[in-house]
Design a protein around this ligand. Structure first.
Ligand code: KIV
Ligand code: ZN
Length: 498
């Protein structure tokens, strides 16, 4: 019987720290439910002392999701731990994740302290957390750059104080797989009470080694991995859940198993990508659009003869299903509904009507409607329904030797308002016209246009960041007309202020 590898998902904590990826409580509950269906063991739902929103999300997730353990992050600070215990009040299975930096850098430059004092603070935090919950995880922040001998003393002390899990984060993503694996092995061999707790990996991807490091940790004795959907997270991200799960499934020489329901991987990946407005890179392992696409003639021929000639994973095992029902401009609502159900997207009849209108408009302009388009249509539909400002009409005049002009009609709380403006280009002119109607001083901090596939008939996705009175607001839209998508993304961001 293989050992169980516990999957600790931190999409809603480390993943959600990414600028522009913040979710509201309703969206977090939706993700938590999807993680539950995916079979994760622990959901790190937030850092409750950091904001009332995080606190509230942990309360609501604890009520809505009862199978997995719900975990709340704290610093090694009593107040943090008390607030975390409060936030977890309704959780059926609860864990407090507390910790402190243990590397020379953190001890000297973050805490202006010394090793002994930090060790005492670690022990005190674990003991204090144990007053509230039975399951306490300790993290030795920047363990990747912490001297092994000192790290072993800290790990032994916190296990002695009652930690059930000890997390060894490579916070800066600096370790190599050999080094990280050796660190876990050192702890397995030098911490006398290590059998009383589980060692956990928590690897960041700054040098592209997060998954390799986590695997090295598992091969040397770690029995929990901390991961995020699509590998999202601070900077270059965290270890990706789908990669770890599929390594465990596909490699018979790895001595552990997980309880991940792999056929739910793709739909969870899409949900997180859509809600967090975070596109998945096309060549991303397991969940990228091209992960199972064979384009060269030789590969296609090989796959037709025997799938295993070029595929190590059956796409169906991760929820990628080819469909015989092709979507064209002549398809009806039933076909669209079939495809959304296949993708795991539930829609009310009204949402389906809205999506169908958009689908027809797109199908008129684009031969091939693929899954990526369907996700965009669904995302845009949902985002649009939430907006208080709506774009009713947009006309731009532009071209060589002309002055770009835009006329815009907005519906603002039910009232139609019109403005015309010029600009340095069609997008700038549209934004200037919108600005005239909003009467707010906003500055554009970021403007990103991305094509989804390859053709000139492609859908452009637009991400925008604007600033107003010191706050940052994010907007998103997608359309085959990038000027319209830009105006809608701008309005999406503005609606969050207005
Ligand atoms: O990367 C890290 O060290 C962390 C800890 C807070 C667990 O995210
Ligand atoms: Zn982290």
């Amino acid at each position: 019987m293989q050992d169980k590898l516990f999957i600790f998902d931190t999409t809603l904590r480390d993943g959600e720290q990414v600028p522009g990826c913040q979710l509201n409580t309703v969206e977090k509950i939706e993700v938590a439910k999807a993680l539950d269906e995916l079979g994760v063991d622990i959901i790190e739902a937030g850092f409750p002392i950091s904001s009332p929103g995080d606190f509230n999300s942990i309360v609501e997730i604890s009520k809505a999701v009862t199978r997995p353990t719900i975990c709340a992050l704290t610093r090694a600070v009593e107040k943090d731990i008390e607030v975390a215990a409060d936030a977890l009040h309704f959780a059926k299975n609860k864990r407090i994740h507390t910790g402190i930096g243990t590397s020379e850098y953190h001890i000297k430059y973050k805490f202006n302290s010394n090793q002994e004092e930090v060790l005492q603070r670690a022990v005190a935090a674990v003991k204090y957390a144990r007053r509230f919950v039975e399951d306490v995880e300790f993290y030795a922040e920047d363990a990747g750059r912490t001297d092994n001998e000192y790290l072993a003393r800290v790990v032994e002390a916190v296990i002695g104080a009652g930690a059930t899990v000890v997390n060894i984060p490579d916070t800066t993503g600096y370790c190599t797989p050999y080094e990280y694996g050796a660190k876990i092995l050192y702890l397995m061999e030098h911490v006398s009470n290590v059998h009383k707790a589980i060692l956990s990996t928590h690897c960041h991807n700054d040098l592209g080694m997060a998954t390799a490091n986590s695997l090295a940790g598992v091969l040397n004795g770690a029995r929990q991995v901390e991961v995020t959907i699509n590998g999202i997270g601070e900077r270059a991200g965290n270890t990706s859940l789908e990669e770890m799960a599929m390594i465990m499934c596909s490699r018979k020489d790895v001595p552990v198993r997980t309880d991940i329901v792999t056929r739910n991987i793709m739909k969870t990946s899409r949900l997180v990508s859509t809600l967090m407005r975070m596109p998945v890179q096309p060549n991303k392992a397991i969940v990228g659009r091209n992960a199972f696409a064979h384009s060269s003639g030789i590969h296609q021929d090989g796959v037709i003869k025997n799938r295993e000639n070029y595929e190590i994973i059956n796409p169906a095992d991760v929820g990628v299903n080819e469909s015989a029902i092709v979507l064209t401009a002549r398809s009806g609502r039933a076909a669209l509904k079939f495809h959304y159900e296949r993708l795991g997207i539930k829609m009310s009849p009204e949402q389906l009507d809205e999506a169908y209108k958009k689908f027809l408009a797109l199908a008129d302009r684009k031969k091939d409607i693929n899954d990526a388009d369907l996700y965009v249509i669904a995302g845009v539909t949902e985002a649009e329904q939430k907006r208080r400002l709506k774009l009713k009409f947009l006309q731009v005049v532009c071209g060589k030797s002309s002055i770009p002009m835009a006329t815009v009609q907005l519906v603002i709380d039910g009232e139609i308002c019109t403005a015309t403006a010029s600009g340095s280009g069609p997008v700038d002119a549209a934004f200037n016209a919108i600005r005239q109607l909003i009467h707010r001083k906003v500055t554009l901090e970021e403007y990103l246009v991305q094509a989804i596939t390859r053709g000139s008939d492609d859908v452009g996705k637009v991400h925008i960041q604007i600033a107003n009175q010191g706050n940052i607001y994010y907007g998103f839209s997608a359309n085959t007309d990038v000027v319209t998508a830009s105006a809608e993304a701008f309005i999406d961001a503005l609606s969050k202020i207005v």
